[in-house]
Design a protein. Structure first.
Length: 164
C-alpha cells in the first residue's frame, strides 16, 4: 500500500510519517507592512497565510485565505428546506434547519423571498458578531453563515445554497 508508516527502516522498525508542516507564521508587523500584497496573493495565487506572534507558537493566530479558496472549502455546504402549508391561514413556511432560518408567505415564492431575506440578515449578523454566536453554541453554523454571506449578492446562488 505504500506510505512512510508502512515502510520499515534499516533496523526493521516502522518509519514515522513526516509531520505536517504548518505554513510559516507571519509576524503581525510584517503582515501590516505587506498587507496589500498578502491579500492579492491569497486571492490570486491561492496562497494561505498564518499571521500571529512568530515567537510564541501557542499564541493565537489568524488565517488569511482568498475568497476563491474559501468558496471551494464551502462547496459542500447545502441547506435542506422543510416546507409546511397552513391551509387554514393560507400560508406557506419554509425552514432551513441547518441555519435555523424560516420564511413565510401566502405563496411558496413569497416564502422563499422571505427566507432569502432572513438568511442574508442572519448571515450578516453572524459574521459581524461571531463571538456571540459561538457563545450560544452555534459554532456548527459558521460554514453556512460564510456560504450565505458569500452568496448574498447573487439570489440564484443563494437559492441553490438553501435548496429552494
Amino acid at each position: 500500500m505504500g506510505g512512510d508508516k508502512d515502510q520499515a527502516d534499516d533496523k526493521g522498525k516502522a518509519a514515522s510519517p513526516t509531520p505536517f508542516r504548518y505554513p510559516e507564521v507571519l509576524a503581525i508587523a510584517d503582515a501590516k507592512k505587506n498587507f496589500s500584497s498578502i491579500v492579492r496573493e491569497s486571492s490570486e495565487a491561492l496562497k494561505l497565510y498564518m499571521v500571529g506572534n512568530a515567537l510564541r507558537r501557542e499564541a493565537p493566530r489568524s488565517v488569511i485565505l482568498g475568497e476563491q479558496a474559501l468558496r471551494v472549502l464551502l462547496r459542500g455546504v447545502q441547506g435542506h428546506p422543510v416546507w409546511e402549508e397552513d391551509a387554514e391561514h393560507h400560508l406557506w413556511s419554509v425552514e432551513v434547519p441547518e441555519f435555523e432560518a424560516v420564511g413565510q408567505g401566502e405563496t411558496k415564492e413569497e416564502a422563499v423571498k422571505d427566507l432569502l431575506w432572513a438568511v442574508v440578515e442572519l448571515a450578516e449578523d453572524y459574521i459581524e458578531d461571531i463571538a456571540f454566536y459561538f457563545k450560544i453554541g452555534w459554532q456548527d453554523k459558521l460554514p453556512f453563515a460564510l456560504a450565505a454571506f458569500l452568496a448574498a449578492d447573487d439570489p440564484e446562488r443563494l437559492r441553490r445554497l438553501l435548496g429552494v
